[in-house]
Write a new protein. Sequence first.
Length: 312
Amino acid sequence: MYDVIIIGGGPAGFTAGIYAARAALKALLLEGATTVSQITVTDLIENYPGIPEGIGGYELISRMRAQGEKFNLSVKQADVVKVIPRKAGETTSWQVETSGGTFESLALIVATGANWRKLGVPGEEALKGRGVSYCATCDGPFFRNKEVMVVGGGDTAIQEALFLTRFAEKVTVIHRRNRLRATKILQERAFAHPKIEFIWESVVEEIVGKDYVEGVVVKNLPTGEKKTYKADGIFVFVGLTPNTELFRNLVKLDEGGYIKVNQRMETSTKGIFACGDCTSKLLRQVVTACGDGATAAFAAELYVEALKGEAY
C-alpha cells in the first residue's frame, strides 16, 4: 500500500513526486510505457525561471526524475489500464491496474497531461508518420531541404516552425486568423526569418499524397476559395486533447474533458488530486505544471496524514 500514486511522468507528475517523496510519503510515480510527456520532445524551453540559457525538454525531465529518485521516489514505466475505488469502512483506497502490475494507494494524483489535437481532415490519418507529424523535434531532420507546412498560431506552432528552419528549405505557417496568438518575441523571430511564410485566415481541408504527403488543400475562410499547395510534410499544432478518459467516471470534467480542480488541486472525489495539463486551467506551461504538482503533493500529504490520524 502506497501513500500516494502519481499517474504521469511530465513536469507536473515529477514535481508532485519530488514533493511527496521529500515529505517522506511512500510514493510511486507511474510513467507511461508507450507514451511520453509532450515536454520530452520540446527542443528548447527558454522561459523556465532560473535557466536563462534554455534547456531541452528531455533533459529537464531527466533531471526531475533523478531528483525524485534522490528522495526515494519509486518510478515505474507502465500504462495505466484501470483505476478502481476500494472501500474499507469510511476510507477509500485506490487500486491502479497497469501493464506492469497492480498497485494500491491511499491517495491518487492524476498528472496525465494532454495530446496534440488532430485536424480530422481526409489524408491525415492515412499519412501519419509519412509526412504528417505532431512533433518537429522528432521528425524535423527527415525534411532537410524540403518544403513543409505548420498549422497553428500559438507558441508551440511558431516555436516549432522556427525549429524546422534548421532543416527545411521553406516553412509555411497556416493560421485560421489574421494574426498570431504566440508571444511577441516568437512572432518577431518568425516574421524576420527568410524561410518562413504565412497563409492567413485559412484552414486545411485535405492532405494529399499516395505513399507520402505531396500537397495540402487549403481553404481561405473569407472567400471560400480552395488552393492546393505543394508540401513534403505538414506539422499540426492546433491545441490539446486531455488524457482523462480513464477518470471520466471517477471525477468531474469540464466541457473540454479537462479535470475540474480547486486551488488545492482537489478533484470532485475525495482522495483524488490532479495537476498539470489534464486539468481545467488558464495557462498550460511547464512552470504552471510544476506549481500545480507541488500543490497537489502537499494537499495529498495533508489528506494522507489525516487518514492515518497523524494530522498536525
